[in-house]
Design a protein around this ligand. Structure first.
Ligand code: GDP
Length: 451
């Protein structure tokens, strides 16, 4: 049986854009619902290797305006009833509208599981809509931009457990466990010859990829699953190793493109460095990109066995990290020898740790206690003689941890103060090395009236 995912939502939230993104160049089929004038589209989606049937209900919802509820039932009922999973899409820029809430009420009464997805979250988006989505009652919203192709790794992670659960005829206990712990998606990236293939071989304990001093020896490698300390892991993309054969003279350029792809689908990115030439321009560009994409970064300084003066090398690495990656203080690094298998456990422990922090949710009460102390301790400077007050903070999402602070005169708060707040957050809530996001919004505690 093919798993079916249905995209629903009010008009203009981006259902078709998401559908097109998922189906890509594959053929979409246009269906007619017997007895109805509306069409709906379906196609096979491929989301980082995860295949499922996807249905776009755009077109089914256009007649909603006159009599929302009746129409919705008539048109969407049958499609939703068939679904293994419903993607409930809303427009994060507009926020949750009454029609969205209506939709949510109705969906809650259906039997299919629902993932709520906040669309139009590209770039430095306004997160108002995301925080509102919790009120819909479907758990963590997944933030994406269908148009700009962002957030698809999170969408993947949100969909995966449901599709896996529905493939077995009868769900065993094992599957139930697996459903609770979707795999940590790991990317191993770095310049050519730093030792990525050697490391991957050692980690998964099989000679799936051949390594050697000459380019072109690596065989095809697709996603590889294994587990470490009960945490399922998935190596998301090893294209960097795969395509090496064909690019002998543009190696440098290609590896950056591959890294981009891998980073986008990863939760945690291990950037492998050659300990004898660490944090060169290209290394840094991969590191920065990882952070910009909001992924957790771990640095593996490889070939440590070849380093003569280890103490000096460590100091150099620490310095360079501090000066070159000011966006994220405290990026963890581990010195390893992929060849000898040295320190690989520590590397994986570090990966698990940072993944935990990247997923962390800090309770709102603790955050507000903290905010009170910090703004007393070191308040933002005045804006034309008037105090800037930080009134309320909440974590609007995890992966990466994203916080919103409601303040008076937020525009007058300088970046340096925001960086200061980020670092204090890191100290207080154990978020070192995590690419935090912190947005300032104008106004009072937005939830005060709800309580
Ligand atoms: P990739 O291009 O990043 O996948 O690099 P490879 O894994 O193919 O490794 C390039 C070369 O470095 C090979 O000759 C490996 O044997 C060697 N190498 C990898 N890791 C280590 C290490 O920890 N120590 C030493 N001395 N050599 C290594």
């Amino acid at each position: 049986m093919v798993e079916t995912v249905v995209i629903v939502g009010r008009p203009n939230v981006g259902k078709s854009t998401l559908f097109n993104r998922l189906v890509g160049r594959r053929q979409a089929i246009v269906n007619k619902t017997p007895g109805l004038t509306r069409d709906w589209r379906e196609g096979m989606a491929d989301l980082a290797g995860l295949e499922f049937r996807v249905i776009d209900t755009a077109g089914l919802e256009e007649a909603f305006d006159d009599s929302l509820q009746a129409r919705m039932r008539e048109h969407t009922d049958r499609v939703v009833a068939e679904a293994d999973l419903v993607i409930f899409l809303f427009d994060a820029r507009t926020g949750v509208t009454p029609m969205d809430s209506h939709f949510a009420d109705w969906l809650r009464r259906q039997s299919s599981p629902v993932v709520v997805v906040a669309n139009k979250c590209e770039g430095a988006f306004d997160i108002a809509g995301i925080s509102e989505a919790y009120a819909l009652g479907f758990g963590d919203p997944v933030a994406i931009s269908a148009e700009h192709n962002e957030g698809f790794a999170d969408l993947f992670a949100a969909i995966l457990p449901w599709t896996e659960a529905s493939t077995g005829q009868d769900a065993t206990e094992d599957q139930a466990v697996e459903r609770e712990a979707p795999p940590l998606q790991l990317a191993i990236v770095g310049r050519p010859n730093v030792g990525k293939s050697t490391l991957i071989n050692k980690l998964i304990g099989e000679e799936r990829m051949l390594t050697g001093p000459e380019a072109g020896v690596t065989r095809d490698a697709v996603a590889v699953d294994w587990s470490y300390k009960l945490q399922p892991l998935r190596l998301v993309d090893t294209a960097g190793q795969r395509r090496r054969a064909r690019v002998s003279d543009s190696l440098e350029k290609l590896s950056v493109g591959d890294a981009e792809r891998a980073i986008r689908f990863a939760h945690v990115v291990v950037l492998v460095l050659d300990a004898e030439a660490m944090l060169e321009r290209q290394d840094l560009s991969i590191a920065r990109q990882t952070v910009e994409e909001g992924r957790a970064l771990v640095i593996a300084a490889n070939k440590w066995d070849l380093v003569a003066d280890k103490k000096a090398a460590l100091e150099r690495l620490r310095d360079r990290l501090q000066t070159s990656l000011p966006q994220v203080r405290g990026v963890p690094f581990v010195t390893i020898s992929a060849l000898n298998g040295q320190n690989l456990e520590r590397l994986l422990d570090t990966v698990l740790d940072i993944y935990g922090a990247w997923n962390r949710r800090v309770p709102t009460a603790r955050l507000n206690n903290w905010l009170g102390l910090v703004s007393e301790d070191h308040p933002p400077r005045m804006d034309r003689g008037r105090a800037v007050r930080l009134r309320y903070i909440t974590q609007v999402k995890a992966r990466p941890p994203t916080f919103a602070i409601w303040a008076t005169r937020p525009k007058s708060v300088p970046d340096s103060y925001i960086r200061y707040l980020e670092n204090r957050l890191r100290d207080e809530f154990d978020l070192d090395g995590i690419p935090l996001r912190l947005h300032l919004r104008k106004g009072r505690n937005p939830y005060a009236t709800d309580r």
